[in-house]
Design a binder for this molecule. Structure first.
Ligand SMILES: NC(=O)c1ccc[n+]([C@@H]2O[C@H](COP(=O)([O-])OP(=O)(O)OC[C@H]3O[C@@H](n4cnc5c(N)ncnc54)[C@H](OP(=O)(O)O)[C@@H]3O)[C@@H](O)[C@H]2O)c1
Length: 240
């Protein structure tokens, strides 16, 4: 099968497409033929060899040369203990090495809704779960709560706005001019264009969720947190 690998850290030129042996599912695994995958910031950190990432992934060279996590595809085969899926099922999930024609998955797999394309489903797992965990598990979001999503138009933020709305929160989104309509279309009740307004002047009674790439100790999110009761920030746990 064809697989994307990288043998050294660097720019996208380090990526190669090579032939690897097609994996066989172990007894608790499902073999999926990948139809779509997505690109998250994690792949960029891994490929470029961000110093912090190298602690786990190899100091001089990547230990695991495969890339990609999110996938959507069709079940090709299942191990003998797998009862939830059968060949032909359309699924999506997350598994290291997903930039390949096939992945074997144990737990991080779910049925793909029929009204969602493979491309749409493959965009959900990492960013969507990051937003869900930040709001539900860390932020303990409640109906009626006022929630501010800083970085609301990004990969994580666009899920965060929709999830916060689904939990019944009143959502304020922060993004740049070009994404104001996008944030509104995701359900934001109020939108701050950070190029024109300083949300820290109005966000005094909100729980802040930062998914901004600009989130640092001197940023506007920190200013917001000093005035707000709770902050569920990406910075708390290696970013939301
Ligand atoms: N994507 C993932 O799966 C994932 C998973 C775990 C953690 N993370 C972390 O979550 C953070 C966001 O990732 P992402 O993938 O969502 O990034 P992204 O798609 O690049 O989105 C970044 C967001 O930040 C906004 N932004 C940029 N400058 C800003 C400023 N000065 N003030 C307020 N907002 C600003 C952008 O708005 P405009 O585009 O409108 O300027 C955009 O909404 C990163 O730190 C990343 O490491 C991401």
């Amino acid at each position: 099968m064809k697989t994307v690998i990288y043998s050294n850290y660097g720019s996208p030129d380090v990526l190669e497409i090579v032939e690897m042996e097609k994996p066989l599912p172990k007894e608790n695994e499902t073999l999926v033929k990948v139809r779509a995958s997505s690109v998250n910031i994690a792949e960029w950190y891994a490929m470029t060899g961000l110093p912090l990432a190298r602690l786990g992934s190899g100091f001089f060279k990547p230990k695991d040369t495969r890339l990609g996590v999110d996938f959507a595809g069709v079940v090709e085969a299942v191990g003998k203990n797998v009862t939830d899926f059968k060949p032909g099922d359309q699924v999506f999930g997350g598994r290291g090495g997903a930039w390949a024609e096939f992945v074997t998955v144990r737990k991080a797999i779910a049925r793909k809704p029929a009204n969602v394309t493979f491309e749409e489903a493959a965009a959900v797992p990492t960013a969507g779960i990051t937003a869900l965990q930040g709001l539900r598990d860390v932020g303990k979001i409640q109906p009626g709560q006022k929630v501010l999503i800083n970085g609301a138009s990004g990969g994580v933020g666009s899920f965060a706005v929709q999830i916060a709305k689904a939990f019944g929160a009143e959502v304020t989104a922060v993004c740049s001019t070009r994404n104001v309509e996008c944030a509104r279309s995701h359900g934001a009740d109020h939108v701050f264009d950070y190029t024109k307004e300083d949300f820290t002047r109005s966000a005094s009674s909100m729980t802040c969720c930062s998914t901004s790439m600009e989130d640092d100790p001197g940023s506007n999110t920190s200013a917001c947190s000093s005035r707000t009761p709770r902050l569920s920030s990406s910075a708390d746990r290696g970013r939301l």
